[in-house]
Design a protein around this ligand. Structure first.
Ligand code: SF4
Length: 377
């Protein structure tokens, strides 16, 4: 498996596959052919059908100014090497000088056809979670220790940057009101949720309301095409940050422990990314919100100091109850049901941790099994 940093990318929403990935692809292609006098980018598959609502052409033009963007809705998905395929062409003096296919493979990552990428660099010799657990048990170390042994301690500063960007997205979202772009007329709700205290509100209701407000805040920033962190995608960018922000701000967990939780969550996202997919276009919302829910559950289990078995069980429960969740955004916009789904998944992650604390010895299904099932589903 590669570095967990590939799971967390900072970029403009609303979609890791449709904006963050295409933006990076455009920048990469432009840097290779800076002398070209014209560029053309053809979008296929999911990018062609939902790219307009997701702002793909805008993201490409930001990465490759002046590029002509064409939507090919004729080519069938089964004839494409990946559901999110882009064909980049560069021209000079009217002649084509390069044509390269680039795939937006989910979570803001790209793959250039027939090329290995830096993100493919193997950091973890282990292929799945079972192998990680086996090594931790053999060496008598915790998951977090294994992560720093293999990634190096420099990982910590990268995670700090990620954590600060996550917090920023929530803070901005909590302050902003108004209607989200795209035409659905959806009003932002994070600020309202955060400030609306019920009379005699119980501690449980307050906790759920505040976590939901944080999740809405990040997800609404994403829908407004502002900077968010993929965790593991833009569409699911509110789940893990909302839980971590709650633990940090409202429960007083120190930043250093939050960074450890972010690392463990990243490893869970990485296992899913390696063995299945985190792309909604490829595997539906179970791959986005389901993965985010698993990551958040593992993060909380890490913060609570639970055992490897409990961390695994929390992540497994969280994914299991998102299986089959489809990607069906209204109008192709990452708003309905996406924003609300972030809040629901954040609360579900906490329930998964609570179950795992008590029932981990009775579990029958491994995390790897549920990841494989998600991919088959
Ligand atoms: S429905 Fe889920 S997978 Fe689809 S765009 Fe929304 S958050 Fe992403």
């Amino acid at each position: 498996m590669n570095s967990i940093t590939s799971v967390y990318k900072i970029g403009n929403g609303p979609s890791s596959s449709h904006t963050v990935g295409p933006y990076h692809a455009a920048r990469t292609f432009g840097a290779r052919y800076p002398d070209a006098d014209a560029y053309e980018v053809t979008l296929f598959g999911s990018l062609a059908f939902t790219g307009e609502g997701h702002g793909t052409s805008k993201a490409i033009r930001e990465g490759l100014p002046g590029a002509k963007v064409v939507f090919d809705r004729e080519t069938k998905e089964e004839d494409l090497p990946h559901p999110n395929t882009m064909l980049f062409k560069a021209f000079k003096n009217g002649k084509e000088i390069a044509a390269v296919r680039i795939f937006s493979i989910g979570g803001g990552s790209i793959r250039i056809e027939n090329e290995a990428s830096d993100e493919d660099k193997e950091v973890y010799p282990q292929k799945n979670f079972s192998e990680i657990v086996a090594l931790c048990n053999q060496e008598n170390i915790k998951i977090i220790q294994l992560i720093y042994i293999l990634e190096g301690y420099t990982l910590r500063e990268k995670l700090r940057t990620v954590w600060h960007a996550m917090q920023e997205s929530i803070r901005r979202g909590l302050k902003t009101e108004g209607v989200l772009p795209g035409g659905l007329g959806l009003t932002r709700k994070a600020k309202f949720l955060y400030e609306k205290r019920c009379y005699n509100e119980s501690a449980d209701v307050a906790m759920n309301r505040v976590i939901a407000a944080y999740a809405y805040a990040a997800a609404e920033e994403n829908a407004a095409e502002k900077v968010v962190v993929t965790a593991p995608t833009c569409g699911s960018c509110g789940v893990l940050p909302s839980i971590l922000y709650y633990m940090y701000k409202d429960r007083g967990f120190p930043e250093e422990e939050i960074l450890d939780a972010l690392a463990v969550a990243g490893l869970i996202g990485n296992v899913i990314r390696t063995n299945a997919s985190i792309s909604g276009a490829e595997c539906g919302c179970q791959a986005e919100i389901g993965s985010a829910c698993s990551m958040a559950a593992a993060a909380v289990a890490q913060l609570y100091g639970l055992s490897i078995d409990q961390i695994e069980y929390a992540a497994e429960i969280a994914m299991e109850h998102n299986l089959g969740l489809t990607c069906d955004p209204v109008g192709g916009l990452v708003q309905i049901p996406c924003i609300e789904r972030n809040a629901v998944a954040a609360m579900r992650a906490l329930s998964a941790v609570n179950l795992s604390r008590f029932l981990y010895e009775t579990r029958k299904i491994s995390f790897d099994e549920v990841v494989a099932t998600m991919y088959r589903t």
